[in-house]
Design a protein around this ligand. Structure first.
Ligand code: 4AD
Ligand code: MG
Length: 416
């Protein structure tokens, strides 16, 4: 039977089971009598040790080659692993010119270097771990909102008409939450951001939720905090080794920083308080903090530090800064709306959300086309969006957003 490397390594007391393993050679060591291969297929960080006797023709067995190995799973005499595969047949599926292979497994290449090889970097330990975490987090997010959900991808047909890429599913979600009460979506989102920053992509994945009969920002923030923490905890318990590798090799100290985020209650400050805090430290900034102006990345990062590296919700932004659909707080001369951003260590803004303006007459002055949503049983509601890549950056401690997505698309680089 064909088994994955992960499956093979998981066999508790191996007893000569006949299996077939397919993967790529990570290392070869030949001794007088025996030949050791390590085969990895991406199903886990670890490779499977294959033991063959030296009668096997090892000339074609090069680092990077793809192979199919048949043999018996046996208990390993070495302490390094439980199980090894005693080879009966090794077939090279595809040769590899090991000398020309730009990625050396023994070396620890910087992530920027690996980024030059989008077609090969997935085979390294580091990207392997990041992308297994990405996959685990995707599953955890789906089950957070809908235990045991199955996703069906509809067939796309763009006919012969111009189509637009979505920047957010929010307005559609608002329609849906007006019938199903609580809804979410998780898919690719597009922004023509002309930014080479370490936290912007042209195509990123966004988790969005919309909740009807929502009375307060506090209730919305509770869902955001719980999504953040539950997903991280699921990932930590389902792929601890991949997380550990990222934390150890890419971001030393990140294990403690993540624990710190998970065990503390997230903080809440108002936009007005945030501006006061920033004004006290204005000598640190390129952009002068001022009530009514948007918060810049440098401001967001300062606020998170100021809050002891605990994620912090900033709420109640100036009405003039925010889109038409956010709920009017009807407050003082400094007019605000019920908006919330969650700022996190290392990244800055991770979530953006708000209560929506459900009151017809408030919106009437703001936008005509939105109005019909409010004429037929309008209810208080709110929602948020979370950038999935920024989430992975935040929990793994990865500096550049281009390293948490297999094929990053950004300014002037959307061809791949
Ligand atoms: O703050 P944003 O623009 O909010 C919305 O789109 C709302 N309509 C969501 C909603 O309420 N349903 O985007 C939400 C999050 C940001 O906080 C950020 O994490 C991420 O999406 N994001 C990006 N991530 C990577 N690259 C970009 N260019 C991003 N733009 C936004
Ligand atoms: Mg935002």
């Amino acid at each position: 039977a064909r088994v994955s490397v992960r499956g093979a390594l998981g066999v508790q007391s191996a007893n000569g089971e006949r299996v077939k393993v397919q993967g790529w050679i990570r290392s070869i060591r030949s001794q007088k009598e025996v030949l050791f291969l390590h085969v990895n297929d991406g199903s886990s960080l670890e490779s499977l040790q294959v033991v063959a006797d030296s009668s096997f023709d090892s000339r074609e067995l090069a680092f990077g080659s793809s192979v199919e190995v048949q043999g018996q799973l046996v208990k390993s005499p070495s302490k390094k692993q439980n199980v090894e595969l005693k080879a009966e047949k090794i077939e090279v599926v595809g040769n590899c010119d090991a000398k020309a292979f730009p990625v050396k497994y023994k070396e620890r290449h910087p992530l920027e270097y690996l980024r030059q090889y989008p077609h090969l970097r997935c085979r390294t330990n580091v990207l392997g771990s990041v992308l297994r975490v990405r996959s685990e987090a995707t599953a955890a997010i789906h089950s957070f909102f809908k235990p045991s959900s199955k996703i069906k991808v509809p067939e796309e047909n763009f006919f012969n008409i111009p189509v637009f890429l979505t920047v957010s599913g929010q307005l559609h979600l608002e329609v849906m939450s007006g019938a199903f009460t609580q809804v979410f979506t998780f898919g690719p989102t597009f922004r023509a951001e002309n930014s080479q920053s370490r936290r912007h992509l042209a195509e990123f994945y966004m988790v969005e939720a919309e909740i009807s009969f929502l009375e307060s920002l506090q209730d919305l923030m509770q869902v955001m905090e719980s999504l953040f923490k539950t997903t991280a905890m699921t990932v930590l318990s389902n792929c601890p080794k991949d997380v550990e590798l990222c934390h150890k090799f890419i971001a030393p100290g990140q294990k403690d920083r993540l624990e710190h985020m998970l065990k503390n209650n997230f903080l809440v400050i108002s936009y007005t308080e945030a501006v006061e805090i920033l004004k006290q430290a204005s000598q640190n900034f390129t952009f002068t903090p001022e009530w009514g102006a948007d918060l810049h990345t440098e401001h967001e990062k300062y606020l998170v530090k100021h809050c002891g590296d605990i994620p912090v919700f900033v709420i109640n932004y100036p009405l003039a800064l925010k889109p038409f659909y956010m709920r009017d707080n009807e407050d003082g001369p400094q007019h605000t709306v019920a908006a919330v951003d969650l700022l996190v260590p290392g990244v800055g803004e991770l979530f953006g959300g708000s209560l929506r303006e459900e009151r017809y007459h408030f919106l009437e002055q703001r936008l005509a086309r939105y109005l019909d949503l409010r004429r037929f049983g309008s209810v208080p509601h709110g929602g948020f969006g979370m950038g999935f890549e920024r989430y992975l950056q935040c929990i793994l401690g990865i500096d550049n957003i281009k390293d948490v997505i297999p094929f990053p698309r950004f300014t002037h680089s959307c061809l791949l």
